[in-house]
Every structure is written in structure tokens, then in C-alpha cells.
Design a binder for this molecule. Structure first.
Ligand SMILES: Cc1cc2nc3c(=O)[nH]c(=O)nc-3n(C[C@H](O)[C@H](O)[C@H](O)COP(=O)(O)O)c2cc1C
Length: 210
């Protein structure tokens, strides 16, 4: 645990990546797996993640991200896109996946099916999209911690124009919208941000022992 927190202290929102240093295939796979293994409400994983290496697309996305240099300098850019609509078909395909993976009759999943149909499927379209984006943020958090544990640098980012991202990546037609993004790679020695002391609320402000 000590080591885990040590790694969290080591990480910081990287402002300047070394553009020459790329993640290996294995490193990318490990980090993507940390996203795949993320917890989500009911296990529905209402998001998809775009892993972007393409330079031309990244140039366009950088212009839609207040020109933040991480977008093009990092090894990879991840776009966490949440579903904008969650319908019965989506729920049914999830139930089928459980049934197949766990070799269970679908009838055994009737309780879960009813629960999903009485909760998530009853949300308004806006509530569904917000709920789905919340799930994507959990995946983002896992990814940041997993990267830190591998001494891989990241920057989580909300400084971008989601409508432009959706347009550049053609997300609307896929029933998706950009929730949040992150870059991953290796810090530049010149990044002054790595030397800044962490600023956090103190424990008395943050935690309440009841
Ligand atoms: C959801 C989210 C969005 C963020 N957006 C940006 C961003 O657009 N650009 C940026 O440089 N940093 C961004 N940050 C980084 C934060 O400013 C940073 O995490 C915070 O100041 C704490 O510092 P630390 O992560 O270096 O410990 C974002 C962080 C989070 C979690």
C-alpha cells in the first residue's frame, strides 16, 4: 500500500511530454486492460475508448483542446466516450454476455433484467448520458492509477470542445459523445510541473470519521 501511494505521489498531470518516447505495445495493452477491468454501475460499461496515435487526427484534436501540447506530444491519446442512449437492446446484449460468460440460463438473470429495466432504462436521455459519463470517469481514475503503478505518465483532460471531438471522430453516429480524455507517455525533463509540490485538502477537511 505504501508503494501504491508512493506511485500516486510520483504521478502528476503531465504538461510536457517527451515526444520521442513511446509506450511499448505491452504497456499500452496493460493500461487498456485496467480500463477494461474497471467497475461500472451494474457492470454495464456504458462507454467506449478510442486509442489515438494518428498524427493528423491528433493535430485536429489539439486545435479543439485549447492547443494543449500534450495532445500531440504524448505517446497516445485516449478518448473516453460515453453512450448517449441506453436502450433495451443494449441491456439484452449485456445479459446475453453474462449468460454466455458464466454459462447461465438467461432465465436466471430475470432479477437483474427487471432491475435494469426499472432503473437505468427509466432514466431520461439526459440522465442516461450523465450516468454513462460518470462510469467513464471511474475508468479514467483506474487508468491514471494503473499508469502511475507502471511509472507511465498521464494527463487527464477536460479542456477540450466535446462537440468538435464528436465531429472529428464521428461519434454521434455511433451513439457516443466525448466524456473526458487522457494522454499517456513519458514526461519531458523540461516539464517544470513535475517539481511542484502536490496541493491537496488536508485530511481533516477531506475525511469525516463518523
Ligand atoms: C477530469 C480532469 C480534467 C483535467 N483537465 C486538465 C486539462 O485539460 N489540462 C491540464 O493540463 N490538466 C488537467 N487536469 C489536471 C489537474 O489540473 C490536476 O490533476 C490537478 O491540478 C491535481 O494535480 P496533479 O494531478 O498533478 O496531482 C485535469 C484533471 C482531471 C481529473
Amino acid at each position: 500500500m505504501e508503494k501504491y501511494n508512493e506511485n500516486l505521489n510520483w504521478r502528476y498531470a503531465t504538461k510536457k511530454f517527451d515526444p520521442e518516447q513511446k509506450l511499448s505495445k505491452d504497456q499500452v495493452e496493460t493500461l487498456l486492460e485496467s480500463i477494461q477491468l474497471s467497475a461500472s454501475s451494474y457492470g454495464l460499461q456504458p462507454y467506449e475508448v478510442f486509442v489515438i496515435e494518428d498524427e493528423d487526427i491528433r493535430k485536429k484534436l489539439k486545435a479543439a483542446s485549447w492547443d494543449q501540447p500534450q495532445i500531440t506530444d504524448a505517446s497516445h491519446l485516449l478518448v473516453f466516450a460515453n453512450l448517449t442512449e441506453i436502450n433495451e437492446d443494449y441491456v439484452n446484449s449485456y445479459l446475453k454476455n453474462i449468460s454466455k460468460t458464466r454459462k447461465l440460463d438467461l432465465e436466471k438473470l430475470k432479477g437483474l433484467e427487471d432491475m435494469l429495466k426499472n432503473t437505468v432504462l427509466q432514466f431520461s436521455q439526459e440522465e442516461k448520458s450523465i450516468w454513462a459519463a460518470n462510469q467513464a470517469y471511474i475508468a479514467l481514475g483506474n487508468f491514471l492509477s494503473a499508469a502511475a503503478s507502471q511509472k507511465i505518465d498521464t494527463c487527464p483532460m477536460e479542456g477540450f470542445d466535446a462537440a468538435k471531438y464528436d465531429e472529428i471522430l464521428g461519434l454521434k453516429d455511433k451513439g457516443l459523445t466525448t466524456a473526458v480524455i487522457a494522454t499517456m507517455g513519458f514526461r519531458s525533463e523540461e516539464d517544470q510541473a513535475q517539481h511542484a509540490t502536490k496541493v491537496r485538502k488536508n485530511k481533516e477537511e477531506l475525511f469525516h470519521l463518523i
